[in-house]
Design a binder for this molecule. Structure first.
Ligand SMILES: [Zn+2]
Length: 109
């Protein structure tokens, strides 16, 4: 869900990432207590992406009061989706927040 929102933004290499998302599996989880997950896409199903790593689409996460508390970034390995990373300024975020508490942005890289 989170990733889908990020890949709705337009940037170089996004078409390949949308293709990869269809075969994406979660293959690991961060051990610090946050919701960061390792991802694996089927490399036979889609070509690699030329997007930068991390990709230029990010999300900013806010709390119920509307304060920014962290963000979400996506990393690629050799052009394939490999890590959905959620970071925080304070306590680790143990789950991905509901859509209304995230806003997606495009950053220049
Ligand atoms: Zn972690």
């Amino acid at each position: 869900v989170v990733l889908g929102g990020l890949l709705e933004l337009e940037f170089r290499g996004v078409a390949e990432l949308r293709c990869q998302m269809k075969s994406l599996r979660v293959v690991g989880q961060c051990t610090c207590g946050c919701a960061t997950v390792d991802l694996q896409a089927d490399k036979h199903a889609c070509p690699p992406s030329i997007a930068s790593r991390p990709i230029p689409a990010e999300a900013i996460v806010s709390d119920e009061a509307g304060n920014d508390i962290g963000g979400i970034i996506v990393f690629l390995t050799e052009g394939y989706l490999s890590l959905l990373d959620i970071y925080s300024y304070d306590q680790p975020l143990s789950s991905f927040p509901p859509p209304e508490r995230m806003r997606t942005i495009l950053v220049d890289r």
